[in-house]
Write a protein that binds this ligand. Structure first.
Ligand SMILES: [Mg+2]
Length: 391
């Protein structure tokens, strides 16, 4: 038997995060606790309508509505490797979806909670469990602090914000991602000025699907001359033919909103529409599914970034940390800015969110599973709680 409890987390952010499609002032996450035998595993969904078509309401409905997929109750009582193999084999995004639309964010919350629960029941750390689950080929044997990208959103002058950092801090930055507005024309100049401040870093631009192909093509020579490393989701999602045209101009393309499944990856490779994809735990359906997609991308010759959803409150950033400190071959890794967005006293999680901003490094967490639990302070901030019956 596995008992699920769902918590709806809506927490005000201390400052809004702005990009071309959204200004976010509060988090919208669903926390899932999976309990068995006195142990609790935690997972989180950060559903975003413009990424997977899911919402907090749809995730809550997906996890409350139905009999959970067959096999879940047995996972808790199975030997470790059998439980991990069984979890990896579940097609949770499809099983939790409706009318043929998968629900990867709901799946991510459930997969993470069950993964964490299985790890805790067997007393194993998350990386060892991921390797035992069959992903040793894409993971390092031991975790290492991950290099953390700097993300500059539309909430201020990005050049001034980067310039304000002390030189040694700028020098440690491995990658800068600029969130762009709807206009393409000003971007090349911004990229050149940012690149001059971080000459050792790569610089990318994320348009969140807000640009038009002709505008980008007109600016392609200037963007290339400015040294942009890649454009993340430049056009409306899944504009495969136009994305291929951008690549033919010499620009490199990363998919984000356009990619959340093996089907998207297949479409992208069939159209030669991208060089890179952005993997995020919530939209990919959980840590095991993310690693399966990372492996498929590698086989298809597509590079990967490990990204975050803005406003991940706990289990999601811990799961991203687990993967980011071990996944091989990433072009960039993000870690979020939870320490700037959320109250830090009392901390929302145990351990509290931690990044070394001076060194642009984030350490691995330790302990069983994803290495993190929500604190009472976080659960007290959750607006609604649903306790589900035993499965
Ligand atoms: Mg993006």
């Amino acid at each position: 038997m596995v008992t699920l409890t769902l918590h709806e987390a809506r927490i005000d952010m201390k400052r809004p995060f702005r990009h071309a499609r959204k200004a976010r002032q509060e988090t919208a996450s669903v926390l899932v606790a999976a309990e068995h035998g006195g142990e609790t595993g935690w997972g989180e969904a950060a559903p975003r309508e413009y990424v997977t078509g899911e919402s907090v309401a749809s995730v809550l409905a997906a996890l409350r509505r139905r009999e959970l997929p067959a096999g879940i109750a047995e996972l808790a009582g199975a030997p470790l490797e059998e439980a991990l193999a069984g979890l990896a084999a579940l097609q949770l995004p499809g099983l939790l979806g409706e009318r043929g639309r998968p629900a990867p964010a709901a799946a991510a919350a459930l997969e993470t909670a069950l993964f964490d629960l299985v790890c805790r029941l067997h007393g194993v750390d998350g990386l060892r469990a991921l390797r035992l689950a069959g992903y040793g080929d894409v993971l390092a044997a031991e975790p290492a602090p991950m290099p953390v990208a700097t993300v500059l959103d539309l909430g201020g002058d990005p050049v001034a914000r980067l310039a304000a950092l002390p030189s040694p801090v700028r020098k440690a930055i491995p990658h800068v991602k600029l969130k762009a507005g709807h206009e393409v024309a000003p971007v090349a100049d911004l990229v050149a000025r940012l690149g001059a401040l971080v000459p050792d870093a790569t610089v990318s631009v994320d348009a969140n699907g807000a640009w038009h192909a002709e505008d980008v093509l007109a600016q392609a020579p200037r963007l290339l001359a400015a040294g942009v490393s890649w454009l993340e989701e430049p056009l409306a999602p899944r504009s495969w033919a136009d994305l291929a045209r951008l690549r033919q101009s010499g620009l490199r393309v990363m998919l984000d909103e356009s990619f959340s499944s093996a089907r998207d990856l297949a479409d992208c490779t069939a159209h030669q529409a991208a060089d890179l994809i952005n993997l995020r735990v919530s939209k990919c359906g959980g840590p095991l599914r993310l690693l399966a997609l990372a492996r498929a991308a590698s086989a298809a010759g597509v590079g990967v970034q490990l990204g975050v959803q803005v406003g991940e409150v706990g289990p999601l950033w811990a799961t991203g940390r687990l993967i980011g400190t071990a996944l091989r071959g990433t072009v960039a890794v993000e870690a979020g800015r939870q320490d700037e967005w959320f109250p830090t006293h009392p901390p929302l999680t145990d351990p509290a969110y931690q990044v070394d901003r001076t060194a642009s490094r984030a350490p691995a967490l330790s302990g069983p599973g994803i290495g993190l639990r929500p604190t009472r302070a976080l659960l007290d901030l959750c607006a609604l709680t649903y306790a589900e019956g035993q499965r």
